[in-house]
Each structure stands twice: as structure tokens, then as C-alpha cells.
Design a binder for this molecule. Sequence first.
Ligand code: SF4
Ligand code: SF4
Length: 442
Amino acid sequence: MNLLDMVREAGIVGAGGAGFPTHAKLASKAEYILLNGAECEPLLRVDQQLMELFADEIINGFTAAGKFVGANKAIIGIKGKHKKVISILRDRIEALQVADFVQVKEIPDIYPAGDEQVLVHELTGRVVPEAGIPIQVGCVVLNSETALNIYYASIQKPVTQKYITVAGDVPRSLTVKVPVGTPIIDVLKLSGIENFDNYKVIDGGPMMGPVMNSLDGYVTKKNKGFVILKKDHYLIRKKSVSLEQAKRVNKSACAQCRMCTDLCPRYLLGHEMQPHKIMRALNYKLTDIENQKIAQLCCQCNLCELFSCPAGLHPKSANLYFKDKLAQQNIRYKPNKSEFTARKSREYRLIPSKRLIARLGLNNFDKPAPMTEIELKPELVYISTNQHVGVPAVPIVSVGDHVEIGQQIGKIPEGSLGASVHASISGKVVEIENDFIGIRRG
Ligand code: SF4
Ligand code: SF4
């Protein structure tokens, strides 16, 4: 079995949150392989700790993936502020004798440094074309937890566990490894909060993560963190505004000051994304489809909505409105050129994470979330067959079957994009329904 087959068998998906099947990424040939260790979402602390605790495994997984795609260079991108981790990585790269291939490059502490396109630019100077992906400029990007999982795949260990940070307005911020399929509420309670009546939870980072409507879900391979805040926190109120409400507010007050555009990371990379134009189209009911199409260039980093707009408006939501409308009509933005260069003003307009954290009202909660040895042992896990980009995995077990931890229980349908799923505990299959496989420990 080659590495790609091992990665496919192990059910690895991008651990950065998007859930793109990793074997599909490794199927391309690339000049660069890049490790995304930016972890730019405030309060999340998974990647920086994994790179410190599992430096050898991550470097080995990353190197193997880089060799597999035929890369000339492998670059680990990590914020310069993580001095200890950088020093460990550099030492281990030397010790593992891969320094002629792998290097560590420090990136600035800005948001969104972990956006794939921003990372590609920071590490290679190249700009991914509008509506494009990194491979178009010869790059494959992997998250650090994904590289760790690639290493495990190479020793026949599939993905059955997930590292998660629990942070926010909580007695105890922490990072923990839990079985995929664990009830989310069990993970949240590790924060020291038992009753969530006065709290809301953001699934993921404070910038891009949505506020959860219910805490009844189960951990998937895509989860990276949960941020718990009081219901009346600014961020919760702002993120809870519906698209309809956002549309109404947007119509009333946009001064066309352009701040949203001037600070937009995609605009600064030389793309046409200009949220103030989308606001104009919304407010004046402009029908020019060409102008509306630029909404499809938005990566939903939320900077315009949560930081840039002085009037507290919702330009990202305006983008979402047009994105949705155009998708219904099957209209796609087509770039009118293939090469892009970052705008000259970019270097003066990068947003330091510290300023962002202050603006979000998260200063008090910006603290370490140390990796713990806590072992959650859920009696029942519900493993989603649909926790990745592509089509759901097809169950290959039946109710009543006994399964062992690590056993494949769902596979990728023939000829489709997807990821297989594995039992995260040993026990009996008790339910197969609604894209979930339930396993009771025992
Ligand atoms: S949405 Fe806000 S930042 Fe953008 S142009 Fe309007 S007022 Fe200015
Ligand atoms: S969310 Fe706003 S700032 Fe981010 S890419 Fe979209 S338009 Fe630009």
C-alpha cells in the first residue's frame, strides 16, 4: 500500500476545520508542501501544542506527504511568537536529518494567517488565483494535526480521536484528546461549567465558528475547539444576528467608507473581493450580476464584520446572501486573468491578533489551554458518516455487530469523494440511522 492508500484507509480529513479528504489532496503533484501551523483563530491552542508534543511524528508525516507529492520544499508555517515550539521543531528537523527538505518559517501574528491563501503567500510569495486552490500555484497545504494523522496512517492507525480546545468564559481552559463521536456536552463540561443555561457555545474559533443552536451533537473529525461565552457577550449577540436581520441593518447604515474592503485579506492579496461594492449592490438593489459575483471570492474570515466595519454592519452576511442567490442560478465567478500579485498596501493593513482579540472582547479569556491527560470514556458514541467534504461513508457493519476500536465501519462509495470512518471505541453497534453509527461500549 502506498501512502495515499494508507491515508485513504485511515479516513483522514483536513483537521483544520474544512474536512476535505486528505488522500484527494495527496493525489496531486506539487512543488511545495506547506504545513499550516498558524492557528490564527483566537483562543484555540491545538496545533501549537501538537507541534511541541509530537514534533517527530508531525515532521515525519509531513515529510512523507511532501515526498509523495514530489515537492522540492517542505515549509512549516508557524507564528514567530511560538519561540519554544519553533526551537523544538528546528532541533528535531536536524536530528531527523531532513533539514535539506523541511524548514520552519516564521509568520506574523496576524488574522487570518491560517487562511490557506494567506499562508501560501506568506510562505512562498505566490498568490492563489481568484476562486482557486493552492495547487494552482504548486502548493499542497496540510494542517499540523493532519500531518500527525498521516504519520499514524503510516503505522496503520486510523483516525479515531480528535484534539479539541475548550476555552472562553470558563473556570478552566484546556485542550484534550477525545474519541470521535463523543457527546459534545461531555467535552464542554470539562471546562468546569455544568449548567449551560446562561451560556452559548461557538463551534470552532470565535471568528469563523457558528453559535451552536443545540449542545446535543457529537464530536467529529472536523471539530477543533469550542468557545463558551455568556449569552450576552458581544460576540454571541453579533453572531446570533440572522441573515434577514443583517440584511435589514445593512440597508440602513452603510456609509461606503470602504474599510471592509481596505482590510479584506482576499482584496489585499490582489483579488477583486470588495465587500463595500456588495453592500452597495444590496442597498441600492443593483442588478449587475458581474458585481454580485465577486461575493463568491469571500473566504468568510469575518474580519469585515467583526473588526473592520466602524458601523458594526454585516458585509460578510451580504456576501453570503449573494453567494446563495448566485448558487441557486448556477452562476460562477470567472477570473479574467490567471496571475495575481498582492496589493502594495497589504503590509500596512495586516490585523495583529492582539488588536482583534481586544475588539472581540476576549482579552480576559486569551490564556493558555494546556493539553491534559483527561481520558473521556463515553458509554455511547455516535459516529457521523458525513463528517467530511464529499458524499457520506457507506456503513459496512450492521446493528448487533461487535466492533473493535480502529475497525473500519463505513467506507467511501465507489468512485466518489469522501472519507471512511472507524469505530472510536470497542463495543456493539446499536444504531445505524440518519448518517450516524451508534456504538455502545462493551
Ligand atoms: S460595510 Fe461598513 S466598512 Fe464597509 S463600506 Fe459600509 S460602513 Fe464602511
Ligand atoms: S469575510 Fe469579509 S474580510 Fe473576510 S474575505 Fe469575506 S469580505 Fe473579505
